[in-house]
Design a protein around this ligand. Structure first.
Ligand code: 5CA
Length: 450
């Protein structure tokens, strides 16, 4: 993409309405624009990152054997009356009537609708296990929408639902989700810690929240510091293996890590004092096993081998896809702007032309642009007739992890400058070597975008 032809409405001034750094930087970098309280327009740069996060989630869900589909955002209230949640859900649910006076609602989550699709089409034990999921907009009329996309009213969520024949099978689905979530967050450059949590209006006894540690997080968390040494890394897991998924669950959940809702001071105090940590965290996902609560209420059973009906054990599993943008920025920025992890960056490399209009500089930039594009990478070329200082400031603000600076002086010596956004370190090298280096860096971070 050439910056002169892109739509990147960056703001020079700090917007006064933003209280936390991620919200401020998303507004300043031209990623989002507020349309109503807690409802945002996703401008091209924000939309690009949102799509990359969505694609990572899809890739990891499909790897775990889960099946993507799409539900409508508007649902009939009748389904929710059947499950018994319509009255209890309260003011967070946005309710409306259509022209015939039928009660409708904007989905805050979709247990009922998935259970409804399941009961309409699945009749036999032979069709299980089954996990269906979607990535779709949700609406919760939060009493205090704040911090930009972090607590929105309209937000983008991956929600998945497993259907199993026994508690044992459903707990395997739970463990499988935990493993796939660990992989997902790591690919996004995040450490998200599974913590024992409270199940709230979704219900059920088994639930973990995934939290990214950040001072601006809304949850208070308590954990054993050993947990932050764990990393999933690039291990290959057989998602069908009960033992392998169980082993990962035990590794990542055996140490003390709880949100304030489930915190137990006496247990916490059994950890050696130097390892006890109290901090704040951003909840980027949650997994639940809730048994037969919805399948019973909605008569979703299948026929077992002996012809008798078998109850369905379910769980649901969510990732806050739009919230993740805020969480990543909270975890990765400096005073000049965002620092995108390679796995989610909107463009892979920025090209800054120090002297637009200079024949040699222009030609060198075009050649770099073509090489990256041919290699399947997305460069952002700042080809505007602007001062170098302004170009650097924009690149720093939008946070591309790598920048190549091209100017007549360097070109005389056959070199360009390659700069890391994270460390600020620069090196001079011939353009072909800079290209090679960037291609190598991204070899393990391929995500298709827009
Ligand atoms: N049905 C279950 C799992 S699919 C469910 O709704 N879980 S949830 O309530 O925990 O939401 C899943 C994730 O969505 C949360 O972990 C959080 O990351 C994100 N989320 C929840 N509310 C908001 C909100 N108001 N703004 C942005 N993200 C949100």
């Amino acid at each position: 993409m050439r910056l002169s032809r892109y739509f990147l409405p960056v703001l020079k001034e700090n917007p006064s309405e933003a209280q936390i750094v991620s919200h401020r930087l998303m507004l300043r970098a031209g990623m989002i624009k507020q349309q109503s309280a807690g409802i945002y327009a996703w401008l091209p740069l924000g939309f690009k990152v949102l799509r990359k996060l969505e694609n990572i989630v899809h890739e990891e869900q499909i790897r775990a054997g889960h099946i993507p589909m799409l539900m409508p955002t508007l649902q009939s209230a009748d389904l929710w009356r059947e499950s018994g949640r319509y009255d209890g859900y309260g003011e967070e649910m946005l309710r409306m009537q259509d022209r015939h006076g039928r009660d409708m609602l904007y989905s805050p989550t979709a247990e009922e609708m998935f259970t409804d699709v399941f009961r309409a089409h699945v009749n036999s034990y032979k069709d299980l296990p089954l996990t269906l999921y979607q990535i779709q907009w949700k609406f919760r009329d939060e009493i205090r929408p704040r911090f930009g996309v972090m607590r929105g009213r309209e937000f983008y969520m991956k929600d998945g639902y497993n259907f199993d024949l026994s508690k044992e099978d459903a707990l395997h689905a739970y463990n499988r989700h935990l493993v796939s979530y660990l992989r997902t967050y790591e690919r996004m450059g995040l450490q998200a810690i599974p913590m024992r949590a409270d199940s709230g209006p979704i219900g059920g006894d088994y639930t973990h929240e995934f939290l990214v540690l950040a001072e601006t997080g809304e949850s208070e968390v308590f954990y054993d510091s050993e947990i932050t040494d764990l990393s999933f890394g690039d291990r290959e897991i057989d998602y069908d293996s009960v033992e392998q998924c169980q082993a990962v669950l035990e590794e990542f959940t055996s140490r003390y890590a709880r949100t304030d809702e489930t915190h137990d001071e006496a247990l916490f105090n059994q950890i050696p004092e130097e390892r006890r940590r109290t901090a704040r965290g951003i909840e980027v996902g949650q997994i639940f096993y809730f048994g037969t609560q919805y399948s019973d209420a909605m008569n979703a059973a299948v026929q077992g081998p002996d012809g008798k009906p078998v109850q369905i054990h379910m769980g649901s599993h969510g990732i806050g896809v739009s919230r993740l943008l805020g969480a990543i920025i909270e975890a990765s920025h400096d005073e000049n702007g965002i620092i995108w992890p390679e796995g989610v960056t909107p463009f892979h490399v920025g090209i800054v032309n120090l002297k637009q209009g200079d024949e040699e500089a222009d030609a060198a930039c075009e050649a770099l642009y073509d090489s990256f594009t041919a290699a399947g990478l997305e460069p952002l070329y700042d080809d505007r007739k602007e001062r170098a200082g302004g170009k650097f400031a924009t690149m720093d603000l939008i946070g591309l992890p790598w920048r190549i600076t091209v100017g007549p002086r360097g070109l005389k010596n056959g070199v360009v400058e390659l700069t890391s956004r994270r460390t600020g370190e620069s090196e001079e090298l011939p353009p072909e070597q800079a290209v090679e280096k960037i291609i190598k860096i991204y070899a393990n971070h391929r995500v298709t975008g827009l």
